[in-house]
Design a protein around this ligand. Structure first.
Ligand SMILES: Cc1cc2nc3c(=O)[nH]c(=O)nc-3n(C[C@H](O)[C@H](O)[C@H](O)COP(=O)(O)O)c2cc1C
Length: 170
C-alpha cells in the first residue's frame, strides 16, 4: 500500500518544484566548451559537472537535449570543463543564454583538440568524451581527463538560483 502511494507521488513531481529542491545543493559553476562547425568555439554555463573516478580519471556533466549547442558536443569528441572564478560572473551569464557571439571579447586558448581553455577559469580539465548516456531530457557526457590546470583564484558558486562566493571555512 505504502509502496503504491510512493509511486504515485513520484510520478507527480513538478519539474519546477524539483528544480527548487535541487537548488538547495550548492555547486560550483563551469563553462563547458568544444568546437562547432568550421572550428568555431562553442560553450555553455553548466553546474551539472561532477567527479566520477580518479583512476581512470573520469568526470561527467549533463547537457539539455534542447540546447542549441547539443550538435557540437555530439560531433566533436573532446571538451573542456572550465571551472569559473568569482570574478567571472558576467562572463558566465553570457554563456547561459543562446547566442552566436558568446566568445566575443573572451580570452581563450585552444586546448589539446582545439576546444577553448578560458583564461578566466580557476581550473580546467581537458577531456575526451568516452560515453554519452541518455538521461531523460538531458544527455550525460562522461569524459576521460587528459590534461588539467589550476590557479589560486576563488571559485564562483551557485545556490538557489543565484551566484554566490565562498564564506568562512568551518
Ligand atoms: C549556473 C547555471 C548552470 C547551468 N547548468 C546547465 C547544465 O548543467 N546543463 C545544461 O544543459 N544547461 C545548463 N545551464 C543552462 C545553459 O547554460 C543555457 O541553456 C545555455 O543557453 C546553453 O547554451 P546554448 O544555448 O548555446 O546551447 C545552466 C545555466 C546556469 C546559469
Amino acid at each position: 500500500m505504502n509502496a503504491i502511494a510512493t509511486d504515485i507521488t513520484q510520478t507527480e513531481i513538478d519539474p519546477l518544484a524539483l528544480r527548487d529542491v535541487l537548488g538547495k545543493y550548492a555547486t560550483g559553476v563551469t563553462v563547458v566548451t568544444t568546437l562547432g562547425d568550421n572550428g568555431a568555439p562553442v560553450g555553455l554555463a553548466a553546474n551539472s559537472f561532477t567527479s566520477v573516478s580518479l583512476d581512470p580519471p573520469l568526470i561527467l556533466w549533463s547537457l539539455a537535449l534542447k540546447a542549441p549547442s547539443l550538435g557540437a558536443f555530439r560531433e566533436h569528441s573532446s571538451f573542456v570543463i572550465n571551472i569559473m572564478c568569482e570574478e567571472s560572473k558576467d562572463l558566465v551569464m553570457n554563456f547561459s543564454r543562446p547566442s552566436t557571439d558568446k566568445f566575443a571579447g573572451v580570452d581563450w586558448q585552444p586546448g589539446l583538440d582545439g576546444a577553448p581553455v578560458l583564461t578566466a577559469a580557476s581550473a580546467t580539465l581537458e577531456c575526451e568524451t568516452v560515453e554519452r548516456i541518455s538521461g531523460g531530457d538531458h544527455e550525460i557526457y562522461i569524459g576521460r581527463v587528459r590534461r588539467i590546470s589550476k590557479s589560486e583564484k576563488a571559485p564562483l558558486l551557485f545556490h538557489q538560483g543565484q551566484f554566490a562566493q565562498l564564506g568562512e571555512n568551518l
